[in-house]
Structures are given as C-alpha cells and as structure tokens.
Design a protein around this ligand. Structure first.
Ligand SMILES: Nc1ncnc2c1ncn2[C@@H]1O[C@H](COP(=O)(O)OP(=O)(O)O)[C@@H](O)[C@H]1O
Ligand SMILES: [Mg+2]
Length: 305
C-alpha cells in the first residue's frame, strides 16, 4: 500500500480551447486534511472530478489511493467519498430514507447497521426522521457528509462543503472533518474560507488552472516574500485611493475596517508608509495574512495568463 493518498502530475483538462486545469501536480500523504483554494473558475472542481475518477484528464497521470487514475478509476470511485458542490437530496424523504437510498446505490450490505453507525458518528441519530427539505443549511451539509461516508471510503473529496453555511455550523462541520481524519481518513476539501484553510495540515492554491503554491499555511506565508503594513483609524478610507498604484504598494486591500498594504519590496513599502504618516491613521507592521498572500498569488497568475 502506498503511503500517498494522491500522487498525480501533469494533470491537464481542456474544455474546447479553454485550459481548465494546466499541468497540476499534487502529492498528498494519507491521513491528512488538505485545503484546496483558489478563485472561482480556477479548476478546483475539475481537478477533484479527475481525482475521483469521474473525469478523464487530457494529459497527466498518477494514482489515487494507490490506484491508477485512468486504468483503475472504478476502484477509485469505490474508495473515495465525493461530496459535490451542489449536493441534492430527496427533500420529501427523511434523513434516514435519503441515506437508505444512497446505500442501495452503493449496493451496501447490512444497510441498517451501516446507517445507524453513520448517523451516530455524525450526530444525526436524533434527527433521522426529519425530512431533508426542512433541514437548515448546516444540517443538510452534515447529511451530505453522511451520504459520502456511508460506503466507508478511505478518502474524502469535499467540494466547497460549507459554502453558504453559517459560522457555527461551519465550525461543527470542521469538527466532524477532524474527527473523521483522526480515524484515518484522508480529506481534500475545497473552500473559500481562510479560517478553514488554517485548520488544514497543508493547502494547495490554484489560480486560472495553475498550481501556484502548496504547503502548510505558515510556510506559504514565510515563502511569499511579501511584507505588509496595516492601517487603522478614520483616515483609512481616503488612504486606500491615494496608495493604490503607487510604487511600494503592490496590493492595497481592506480586511474589515483595516487597510492592508503589501509589497514584495520591503524598502519601497517602508518608504511609502513613512511618507504617509497622516493624522488619524495608526500604522503597524504585520506578518502577511494568508489572504494577503493569495491576493498576491492571484495577481501573479493573472500576469501570466
Ligand atoms: N463541463 C464543462 N464544460 C465546459 N467548461 C467547463 C466545464 N466544467 C468547468 N468548465 C470551465 O473550466 C474552468 C474551471 O472550472 P471549475 O473547475 O468549476 O473551477 P472552480 O471549481 O475552481 O470554480 C472554468 O472556466 C469553467 O467555466
Ligand atoms: Mg468549483
């Protein structure tokens, strides 16, 4: 058994003359939780669908769970749990009935026992008779997670499972992900939320089909070569327009009411900030946030494409 859950390289997919995924390599060890991030339309869903054997790559090769991506896609499908971006339920069936339906699709044996166990693991037992159509977003996502873990997969590929879910339900969902990972599951999960990215062992960032960076969050920040100053106070609104486009201010972005000004050239950035000691603004130097780094990576990718 290989110790890599995902080991692919050169992965490429075109739709017409559009390259949706361009020469992507991912090597992910078993048992970890990795985040998959990148702007909309960057190829996350397409990559995930290739990894779980649903979409044939135009180029590239490799293995998932030790099985060849192309030759053994049937094995991969059986051992991977894939949660699609838009999971659909039978709204007029209960949680339990929905799971029974999925269990029959997978031709599982001991259906009652498997469903009891899954309901228990995901904290759904007390709601099993509730109609899926009446569930809140957070509970629906939990049902979706139950559905994609029923067949006892070795790896989960979750495509934006918490999009549009409220913060508490997102935290609960992530507690479940970590619980499953503690039992040995490998999880690759796409998300737009930075707090979720920070809960991952490593992240993969893709923009316009190209893999821009990969690694633990702290290393990605360290290796970005980016420097950041943060401004707060009543003067900040006017500041943003004044700084945009200036030498030393490659990226000017609001984070709540604070303004982040980042540049890869520390000397130019410092000089610019020194010249901007405006009244009503407090400046502090900060370690770039993951989002500062993503803004930078996204603009690098835009320059290339
Ligand atoms: N079935 C398809 N046919 C044509 N174009 C597609 C198809 N699926 C995805 N694309 C295009 O491929 C690119 C990547 O899409 P996708 O993988 O869904 O990105 P993401 O999940 O990161 O938002 C987009 O430009 C999208 O429009
Ligand atoms: Mg997508």
């Amino acid at each position: 058994m290989t110790d890599r859950a995902i080991d692919v390289y050169g992965l490429t997919k075109r739709f017409g003359d559009r390259v949706a995924v361009d020469n992507v390599a991912i090597r992910m060890p078993r048992g970890q939780v990795w985040g998959f991030l990148g702007p909309n339309g960057s190829g996350k869903t397409t990559t995930i669908r290739m990894l779980c054997g649903l979409l044939k790559p135009d180029a590239g090769q490799g293995t998932c769970l030790g099985y060849d991506l192309i030759a053994d896609s049937g094995q991969i499908k059986r051992q991977v749990g894939y949660m699609t971006q838009k999971f659909s339920f039978w709204e007029d069936l209960s949680i339990r009935e929905n799971l029974e339906f999925v269990a029959r699709l997978y031709e599982l044996r001991n259906i009652k026992q498997v469903i009891d166990q899954t309901l228990e693991t995901l904290g759904l037992s007390s709601r099993q008779k509730q109609l899926a159509g009446t569930l809140s977003g957070g509970w629906k996502q939990r049902l979706a997670l139950a559905a994609c873990t029923l067949h006892n997969p070795a790896m989960l590929l979750l495509d934006e499972p918490t999009a549009g879910v409220d913060p508490q339900a997102r935290r609960d969902f992530w507690d479940q992900i970590h619980r499953l990972a503690a039992e040995g599951l490998t999880v690759l999960v796409s998300t737009h939320y930075m707090d979720e990215a920070e809960r991952c062992d490593e992240i993969v960032y893709i923009a316009y089909g190209q893999l821009m960076t990969q690694g633990p969050v702290s290393r990605i920040i360290d290796e970005s070569g980016l420097h950041t100053w943060v401004a707060e106070g009543p003067g900040v609104r006017a500041l943003a327009d004044r700084l945009r486009g200036r030498d030393g201010a490659e990226h000017v972005a609001y984070f709540g009411s604070a303004l982040h000004v980042s540049d890869s050239n520390a000397a130019k950035l410092d000089a610019l900030i020194a010249s901007e000691g405006g009244a009503g603004t407090q400046w502090r130097r900060e370690r770039p946030s993951l989002e500062d780094v993503f803004i930078d990576l996204m603009s690098q990718a835009q320059d290339k494409s």
